[in-house]
Design a protein around this ligand. Structure first.
Ligand code: NYM
Length: 185
């Protein structure tokens, strides 16, 4: 995809800890852009509508157990299975506002202790975002919002590790044009 092609839609990714406010910020951006007359769609990963997405959901709610490497590949496969649709939409001029993408894949898996380079490898070849908006919130503040539920990653200790790994990723310049929004207040 050529970033210089003016009729191409933009790929804007929102990233952050669980409960950082991605979903509401995404919704706001979509309404704003639609108001300006743009064609915009709100996507999210994991996409639970596919069979891979259903395997991911079962894992996240502790209905299935999977090796850390295996679930890493499933999250990545879930992005790959949407790649051609993503390309078609962007080429047709639709802007995609995506809740989580490769950065979640790498930040969450490296927080579990998997190797950084290994985690990035399956993401190579996916469409690079035009912008990644990182919603910067402390793990403590995020935990206060709405209370964590039964999701296996929604544990304060683990979210602290994820925050550290997001930071490493942000500083690593890995395909990221990051714009940080301070949500700590
Ligand atoms: N997650 C999400 C990953 O571990 N790897 C990924 O590649 C993606 C896209 O799944 N805790 C994790 C982050 C979240 C969870 O939660 C998705 P939600 O509530 O759908 O944003």
């Amino acid at each position: 995809l050529s970033a210089n092609n003016e009729s191409r839609g933009a790929l804007v990714v929102f990233e952050g800890l669980d409960r950082s406010g991605k979903t509401s910020q995404c919704g706001r951006l979509v309404s704003y852009l639609e108001g300006l007359g743009h064609s915009v769609e709100l996507w999210r990963f994991p996409d639970r509508t596919t069979s891979v997405g259903q395997m991911i959901s079962a894992y996240r709610t502790n209905k299935s157990q999977l090796d850390d490497h295996t679930i890493h590949f499933l999250f990545s496969a879930n992005r790959w299975e949407k790649r051609s649709m993503m390309e078609t939409k962007l080429k047709a001029g639709t802007t995609l506002r995506v809740d989580r993408y490769s950065y979640s894949g790498v930040a969450f898996s490296t927080a579990k202790g998997l190797d950084f380079e290994w985690c990035k490898a399956p993401e190579i070849g996916l469409i690079a975002p035009d912008l990644v908006v990182y919603l910067d919130i402390t793990p403590e503040k995020a935990a206060e919002r709405g209370g964590y539920g039964g999701e296996r990653y929604e544990q304060l200790e683990f979210q602290r590790k994820v925050a550290q790994h997001y930071k490493l990723l942000k500083d690593s310049s890995w395909k990221m044009k990051v714009f940080c929004v301070d949500c700590r207040l």
